[in-house]
Design a protein around this ligand. Structure first.
Ligand SMILES: Nc1ncnc2c1ncn2[C@@H]1O[C@H](COP(=O)(O)OP(=O)(O)OP(=O)(O)O)[C@@H](O)[C@H]1O
Length: 290
């Protein structure tokens, strides 16, 4: 899928501005941004629910807005299952079978069995975690090629999150699909995605492949006899300070920083593993969310 220079105005206000990237199959792509950054609007546009003011969404080179049949290849799972709560599992399967000709009912039942989900007369009666799993399982059973998930793990406990992760990873490794997940929780995305698109004020602030990103920065703990020399402070990004122990990010492309640190004979200089969250905190200036 190609998201081609999308802009979206609502009531003359720019919600998305010139968003441009490829969502290739075989990838789990994270759309990360603060509340209100435009993530849901972007996913809804990629699903063809909202029409962009400018730009287009292409599958195999064709616009999903000009060739609506292409939408069979996309499923959008909203962050709330409100709209589905009055359906029974049977009715939802019936509905999906009509929208998605490749819907695999047998597969759906096998996944439900595996994750101990009994058929139910009202999806709204599942627990929050069961609902999330059910909707995810239904989405993957559609055999759509592009699975768009809006905050799929928000408010779920750690066991359910692990199950969600398990389904995602298995599906992407076994089928020729792309999963696009929005979240404001970087720590949750870290173990799921291999590609991250950071949205800020409706724009792509940055687009990173995780492995490459980790090559750019090094996280380290430093301590000096006195406080950290100003000349070093100017060159690193400070993540945390506890007494005289500093946790910093060092830009690996500037080799002089490490030499400078060593020349000041630190009492402690230890490399730590870098998380996605550290990186974005550094990029965005610090917050609990992105
Ligand atoms: N139909 C609409 N009418 C007016 N403003 C809208 C509409 N839809 C979205 N917006 C505005 O667009 C901006 C982006 O909203 P969106 O829901 O896409 O953000 P988000 O990144 O998904 O946020 P969150 O993480 O809080 O769900 C917000 O300022 C929102 O108020």
């Amino acid at each position: 899928m190609r998201v081609k220079h999308i802009s979206k105005y609502i009531h003359h206000q720019a919600i998305l501005s010139d968003i441009d990237f490829d969502a290739l199959t075989g990838n789990i792509i994270g759309i990360v941004g603060r509340n209100g950054a435009g993530k849901t609007t972007l996913l809804r546009t990629m699903a063809g629910i909202l029409k962009p003011t400018h730009g287009d969404v292409l599958i195999d080179g064709f616009s999903i807005f000009k060739k609506p049949g292409l939408k069979e290849q996309i499923i959008f799972v909203p962050d709330s299952s409100e709209a589905l709560k009055n359906y029974s599992t049977k009715e939802l399967i019936y509905l999906y079978k009509h929208i998605y000709p490749k819907f695999d009912e047998e597969y759906m039942h096998s996944l439900m069995h595996r994750f101990r989900l009994e058929p139910i007369s009202k999806i709204g009666n599942y627990s929050k975690g069961q609902k999330a799993l059910f909707i995810l399982i239904a989405a993957f059973s559609t055999n759509a090629k592009y699975i768009l998930l809006d905050e799929p793990t928000d408010g779920l406990d750690v066991i359910i999150k692990k199950q969600v992760l398990q389904i995602l990873v298995e599906e992407v490794s076994q089928k020729d699909i792309a999963v696009i997940i929005s979240s404001h929780r970087l720590d949750e995305l870290e173990y799921m995605v291999n590609d991250v698109i950071l949205i800020k004020d409706g724009r792509v602030d940055s687009h990173y492949e995780l492995d490459i990103m980790k090559l750019e920065y090094k996280k380290a703990q430093l301590a000096f006899e006195e406080s950290m020399p100003e000349i070093i402070k100017d060159k690193v990004y400070l993540l945390d300070q506890t007494g005289r122990v500093y946790t910093v990010l060092i830009d690996k492309s500037d080799h002089s920083t490490e030499e400078l640190i060593k020349s000041h004979s630190p009492l402690l200089y230890e490399e730590l593993s870098l998380s996605l969250e550290d990186y974005f905190i550094a990029k965005l200036g610090g917050s609990d969310d992105v």
